[in-house]
Design a binder for this molecule. Structure first.
Ligand code: BGC
Length: 547
């Protein structure tokens, strides 16, 4: 409604820029985390499925092993590395493109509708996979499903970061990671339950079940409002006010809602002034502007988001979750590799809630720094045990224990931390694309690792065995240095304050930064304490023409 019809009371007090929140509002913000379930499930079920005899029989054209096959005979009953690599990685390839495109769509049709659309695409991909009995259809189905997962995984982070109250934003986004881990666990359980079936149900059941998560998420989102920051970007300040009131559980005319919205609007106007907008391509270009030496430049933020997700993948976590089952099978001495991978996923689930507390109390920066230390120590220990006494039963038990401790460190630090930080570091004009690029980077590296790992450890290829943990350990040392040098502290700040903090500090001094003024006060308050109507009008006008 251009014309400055909305009057907003602006805050001068930096502590008053966010409304108190009701339980119902918390639950609304937390629901979106459900999207993590099918992210986790989708990436998790494939490891178990590829080790299933019936699946190998169907997709490798091998005769079904006779009931009395010896362990030695069964050893040859494996998929070749190139097939494992293709089936696993094709999902991440689809997700990569999905995440990139999703950012555009989220600015155009809204965060909520983009996620719902992602669920629809995902369901189509799952139907194809369920129907498949040949590699071609399976691969096509995983590519399409991946596309849908890309939409969901990028935009959920954006949506949650934008609607969550600042005090619990980290914890709520960690809830998304928690759901990823539950998804991985569910996938292990379902694989475990169907692995011994002697029909195609062994792999079709785990695949088909995923539709349920997409249906629940899409259905639930129909009842939730879109992000108020999206409406501000589109210039619909009055709608932004009413959805903000809903997500905070406050009356629309309450001073808190007014002040929070005034801050979002004033910040957006400020950003539009420093980031001149233009054509479609120009707005993509904005993600890469500003010098490399300016920590708050868009280019630096985009690189930060993309590299943070790259480093998260470099921790090696998906080596465990994608290839855990086959890795333990190859070690030879483990009688039930499925059970071990069930245990590792369980450790993942149980450790993640630690981050709900730690991410707000300890902060993002220390969590990422110390998490990396914990991980590399464990990985080096696993590698050393593996090369010195790798086939002794007790040594393998020790390796598994340290892998579990390593998972604890990942799940309570880098797992949630990377997602939380990418939702916070971008200014509104480039936020959806920035989060999309960072998420795409997660999936790109996820894909690269999925492609190369079977070649590194496959008994028919590099056969690195436990030595592969020297590689993951060294990469975690890099994660540690990276976090120390580059991760800013964002806890307890509104997204608008994060924006300012990044302009005024360096990562290493960021935790001491406190806001001293509000955007509303800086951009202009009238005598009556309301935000200068010219600002509201300008944001409405630019948003209505898609700037
Ligand atoms: C990562 C995934 C990983 C999962 C494990 C996520 O944060 O992005 O690649 O599979 O954590 O819990």
């Amino acid at each position: 409604m251009p014309g400055g019809a909305v009057t907003l009371v602006g805050a001068t007090n930096v502590d008053r820029v966010e409304a108190p929140v009701t339980i119902k509002a918390y639950l609304m913000c937390a629901f979106a985390a459900f999207g993590g379930i099918f992210f986790g499930y989708d990436s998790g079920y494939i490891s178990g499925v590829m080790a299933m005899n019936y699946f190998i029989h169907e997709f490798q054209g091998l005769p079904y092993p006779p009931a009395g096959a010896t362990e030695d005979q069964k050893k040859y009953f494996v998929l070749p590395s190139w097939k494992k690599s293709l089936i696993t990685s094709i999902l991440s390839a689809g997700t990569f493109f999905g995440a990139l495109i999703a950012g555009d769509l989220a600015d155009f049709i809204g965060r909520r509708l983009t996620i719902i659309g992602g669920c629809g695409i995902f369901i189509v991909g799952v139907i194809l996979q369920t129907a498949s009995a040949s590699l071609g259809l399976l691969v096509a189905g995983r590519l399409i499903a991946g596309f849908g997962v890309g939409f969901v995984s990028a935009i959920i982070i954006l949506y949650m970061s934008e609607i969550a109250p600042k005090k619990v934003r980290g914890a709520i986004v960690s809830g998304y990671q928690f759901c990823i881990t539950i998804g991985l666990l569910l996938a292990s359980c379902v694989d475990y339950g169907t692995q011994n079936r002697t029909d195609s149900g062994s792999y079709r059941i785990p695949i088909a079940l995923q539709m349920l998560w997409a249906i629940i998420l899409a259905f639930g989102l129909f009842f939730l409002p879109d992000s108020p920051r999206y409406y501000v970007k589109r210039g619909k300040i009055d709608v932004a006010a009413s959805v903000l009131a809903r997500v905070r559980g406050q009356p629309v005319d309450s001073e808190y809602i007014q002040q929070e919205l005034a801050e979002i609007v004033a910040n957006h106007e400020y950003e539009l002034q420093v980031i001149p907008q233009g054509s479609y391509w120009n707005s993509w270009k904005q993600c890469f502007t500003g010098g490399l030496s300016t920590p708050s430049s868009n280019l630096r933020r985009t690189i930060l988001g993309a590299s943070l997700q790259m480093m998260q993948q470099w921790t090696g976590i998906n080596f465990i979750f994608y290839f855990g089952t086959t890795f333990f099978k190859d070690l030879g001495t483990i009688s039930n590799p499925f059970l071990i991978s069930l245990i590792t996923t369980l450790v993942n689930v149980c450790s993640t809630p630690v981050s709900f507390w730690a991410i707000e109390k300890v902060g993002r920066r220390p969590l990422l720094i110390w998490g990396a230390v914990g991980m590399f120590v464990c990985e080096f220990i696993v590698a050393i045990i593996g090369v010195t006494d790798g086939h002794n039963k007790d040594a393998i038990k020790a390796m598994i224990s340290f892998i579990c401790i390593y998972i604890f460190f990942f799940a309570s630090t880098w797992g949630p931390g990377a997602w939380v930080v990418i939702g916070e570091i971008f200014p509104l004009p480039i936020r959806s694309r920035g989060v999309g690029i960072a998420t795409a980077s997660n999936w790109l590296w996820n894909c690269i690792i999925a492609v190369i790992t079977p070649y590194m450890v496959g008994t028919d290829r590099g056969n690195l065995g436990a030595r592969v943990f020297f590689i993951w350990g060294s990469l975690c040392v890099l994660c540690w240095i990276y976090a120390y040098l580059l991760i800013p502290e964002t806890k307890g700040l509104t997204l608008e304050q994060v924006d300012r903090m990044m302009e005024e500090t360096t990562p290493r001094t960021s935790s001491k930064w406190v806001p001293t003024t509000t955007f509303a006060a800086e951009m202009g308050l009238t005598d009556k304490g309301t935000l200068d109507p010219a600002i509201v009008e300008d944001v409405e006008r630019k948003g209505s023409v898609g700037v």
